[in-house]
Design a binder for this molecule. Sequence first.
Ligand SMILES: CC(C)(COP(=O)(O)OP(=O)(O)OC[C@H]1O[C@@H](n2cnc3c(N)ncnc32)[C@H](O)[C@@H]1OP(=O)(O)O)[C@@H](O)C(=O)NCCC(=O)NCCS
Length: 182
Amino acid sequence: MLRTERPCDVEAREALLDAAFGAGRFAKTSERLRAGLRPAEDLAFIATDGGRIIGTLRLWPVTAGHGRPCLLLGPLAVAASVRNRGVGGALIHQALHRAKALGHRAVILVGDPDYYHRFGFSAASTGALSMPGPYERDRLLACELVAGALDDARGLIMADPRDASRRSGLSARRPRGCSAAR
Ligand SMILES: CC(C)(COP(=O)(O)OP(=O)(O)OC[C@H]1O[C@@H](n2cnc3c(N)ncnc32)[C@H](O)[C@@H]1OP(=O)(O)O)[C@@H](O)C(=O)NCCC(=O)NCCS
């Protein structure tokens, strides 16, 4: 089952990400770009199986060069015990569908081209874009939700300066009154 993330998902989500990416995950440029932000409204997703959290995917408000708002996808992780059953794909499809319905125009990510190509991501429109830190250029991919959304996009990918409410209630700690991970 897929649903929107809730504050009480924090611990299970972070455990899933630790297991998928290891302790070094916070050193990634994408992660540093997301630090202190909160996910784009209604664009953080959880996959569950019998109440257990088995997948997580979030989208973040960024700009792709000056004045061009778009979304940054990630991290995406699925529990090792349920991989290759379509959970990751379902999360991506849901995220792209919801993002488009909400009026977003493009989604960017740093990830494996062999995996993300099937969802419409490519490096075709990211050649003049860059991340604010180390990354592998051929892994910087984008999917236009609106054709031409990234035409002539150039410059740094940065946190969207219009996103005023930065500090996240969904990020670090388990909110008071929440039960443990479910
Ligand atoms: C990548 C990940 C999210 C995929 O989740 P999933 O639920 O197993 O994915 P799906 O079931 O939707 O898709 C499985 C297909 O993707 C392929 N795939 C998975 N990871 C891949 C990768 N890194 N590169 C290329 N193909 C990949 C599988 O071989 C499988 O191919 P098939 O359909 O031809 O058999 C999951 O493997 C994971 O959490 N990995 C660790 C964290 C990670 O690498 N996240 C992505 C960062 S780029």
